[in-house]
Design a protein around this ligand. Structure first.
Ligand code: PLP
Length: 398
C-alpha cells in the first residue's frame, strides 16, 4: 500500500470506474457509472481474434457472457480495491453461494474445517449437509476461543472459519490471534465479514486469507438484490477463481450494476446506521424489559474489547434479550412493532425486527430471555424508539 493511498470514501467513489469500461474513444467521452452490459454471445472480428481472447490468464477481456462483462468486472474490481491485501474477488449469486464457493474451492474429502459456533445458520446447514456427504468434517468451536484454536488444529484441519461478530448473538472473535495460530499450523483462515464489511474490519489486513461478503446486505444496501463475493490473495485466490470459473459462477449485470451503485454510498450509510443503532441501543439498554444488549459497541457484548481494539466502527445490526419474557411474549412484542419491518435479511435502508432462537452445539447458549434482533435503518431514531416504546407498552397491557 503506498503512502498516498486515498481514504476509503474516496476509493468507494472511484473504484471500478476504469476509463475503458465507462466510455470509448470513438464516442469522445465517458459516463460516470460503468453501464449494464448484457451479454451471452460475444462477437469477434476474426477467428484469430477469437482465439486470442481466450480468458485463461486474461480474465478482463470479452470472451463469453459467463466470464463477465465490464459491469461485473467493475464490481469485482471495486470490491478488491476496498479489501486491502486482496488480489481479486469472485462474485456469486448470493451470500450463501459465496460461502459454498469458498469452502468447496478450498476443501477436499478427508479435510476438517473448524467452524465458529455462532455462524450464520445456513452455513451450518451446508457444513452438516453437503460438506459432510463429501467427506469434509466440521468441528464447531467457541467464538471466545482466541489463540486457543491452536489446540484444536489437527493433521486434517485445512481451514478455520470465523464470523465476527457472530450471527444472532454478536460475539466478537479474536480474529488476528486465530489467523496467526491457523497460519502457524498451515491452515487457512476464512471469514464471513458481512456485518463489518472491509470498511469497519479489513479482514485480510488482520490476517485472514479469504473474506466473504453477503453483498445482499450492506453493499447493495437497498434490499433489492441477492449477491455474494469472496476476496482473497495468494494460492487461495488462484484456487477460488479457478473453482468459480469451473462451476460457472455468474451474476446478472443488472444486479452487479445495482451492487456497484450501492457501494458508492456504503461509507455514509454505514456511519448513519452506526449512529442510529447506537442511539436506539442506548435507549434499549436503560429499559427494564431488556436483559442483555448484544451490540459489539457495548460492554455487555461478549468480545466488546476486541471490537474496540480491531474495528473502526459498528454497523446497524444487533440483538437484545427480553428479560424473563416468554417466547410468546417476545413474538407479541415483535408483532406490535409497526415501523420496523418483519422479514429476513438486513443491511437495507429500512429497519427490521426479528425474533431469533440461536442454535449452538459447541457451548450452551444461556440467555436471560428470548432474543430479538434489530436492524436499524436510516429513519429518524426517535421514530424507531417511539415504535419500540409502544410495543413494550402493549406487552404490559396484555
Ligand atoms: C445474510 C447472510 C448471509 C447470506 O447471504 P444471502 O445473500 O442471503 O445468501 C451470509 N452471512 C451472513 C452473516 C448473513 O447475514
Amino acid at each position: 500500500m503506498s503512502d498516498d493511498k486515498p481514504g476509503s470514501d474516496t476509493r468507494l467513489v472511484e473504484a471500478g470506474r476504469r476509463r475503458e469500461w465507462t466510455g470509448s474513444e470513438t464516442l469522445g467521452g465517458g459516463v460516470v457509472n460503468v453501464p449494464v452490459w448484457r451479454a451471452s454471445t460475444i462477437l469477434f472480428d476474426s477467428v484469430a481474434a477469437m482465439r486470442a481472447a481466450h480468458p485463461h490468464g486474461k480474465p478482463e477481456q470479452l470472451f463469453y457472457g459467463r466470464h463477465g462483462t465490464p459491469t461485473q468486472w467493475a464490481l469485482a474490481d471495486a470490491l478488491t480495491e476496498m479489501e486491502p491485501g486482496a488480489e481479486g474477488t469472485a462474485l456469486y449469486p448470493s451470500g450463501v453461494a459465496a460461502i459454498a464457493g469458498a469452502l468447496l474451492a478450498l476443501l477436499s474429502p478427508g479435510d476438517e474445517l473448524l467452524m465458529v459456533d455462532s455462524v450464520y445458520g445456513p452455513t451450518r446447514t451446508l457444513c452438516d449437509g453437503l460438506l459432510k456427504r463429501m467427506g469434509i468434517s466440521t468441528r464447531y468451536y467457541d467464538p471466545a476461543i482466541g489463540a486457543g484454536i491452536a489446540d484444536l488444529i489437527g493433521e486434517a484441519t485445512r481451514a478455520v472459519f470465523c464470523e465476527s461478530p457472530g450471527s444472532l448473538t454478536f460475539e466478537v472473535q479474536d480474529v488476528p490471534a486465530i489467523a496467526a495460530a491457523a497460519k502457524a499450523a498451515g491452515a487457512l483462515t476464512i471469514i464471513d465479514n458481512t456485518w463489518a464489511t472491509p470498511l469497519l474490519f479489513p479482514a485480510l489486513a488482520h490476517g485472514c486469507d479469504v473474506a466473504i461478503l453477503a453483498c445482499t446486505k450492506y453493499v447493495v444496501g437497498h434490499s433489492d438484490v441477492m449477491l455474494g463475493s469472496v476476496s482473497a490473495h495468494g494460492d487461495a485466490w488462484r484456487r477460488l477463481s479457478r473453482h468459480a470459473r469451473e462451476t460457472g459462477q455468474h451474476v446478472g449485470p443488472d444486479d452487479a450494476y445495482l451492487a456497484l451503485r450501492g457501494m458508492r454510498t456504503l461509507g455514509v450509510r454505514l456511519r448513519q446506521h452506526e449512529a442510529n443503532a447506537i442511539e436506539v441501543a442506548t435507549w434499549l439498554d436503560a429499559r427494564d424489559e431488556v436483559g442483555t444488549l448484544l451490540h459489539p459497541a457495548f460492554a455487555s457484548c461478549p468480545g466488546h474489547e476486541l471490537w474496540a481494539r480491531d474495528f473502526t466502527g459498528a454497523s446497524g445490526l444487533f440483538a437484545f434479550t427480553m428479560r424473563g419474557a416468554s417466547a410468546a411474549q417476545r413474538d407479541g412484542f415483535v408483532d406490535a412493532l409497526t415501523r420496523f419491518g418483519l422479514g429476513y435479511s438486513w443491511g437495507g435502508f429500512e429497519s427490521l425486527a426479528l425474533p431469533v432462537d440461536p442454535v449452538r452445539t459447541a457451548r450452551r447458549a444461556d440467555f436471560d430471555g428470548p432474543l430479538v434482533r434489530l436492524h436499524i435503518g436510516l429513519e429518524n431514531p426517535a421514530d424507531l424508539i417511539a415504535d419500540l416504546a409502544r410495543a413494550f407498552e402493549s406487552l404490559r397491557v396484555a
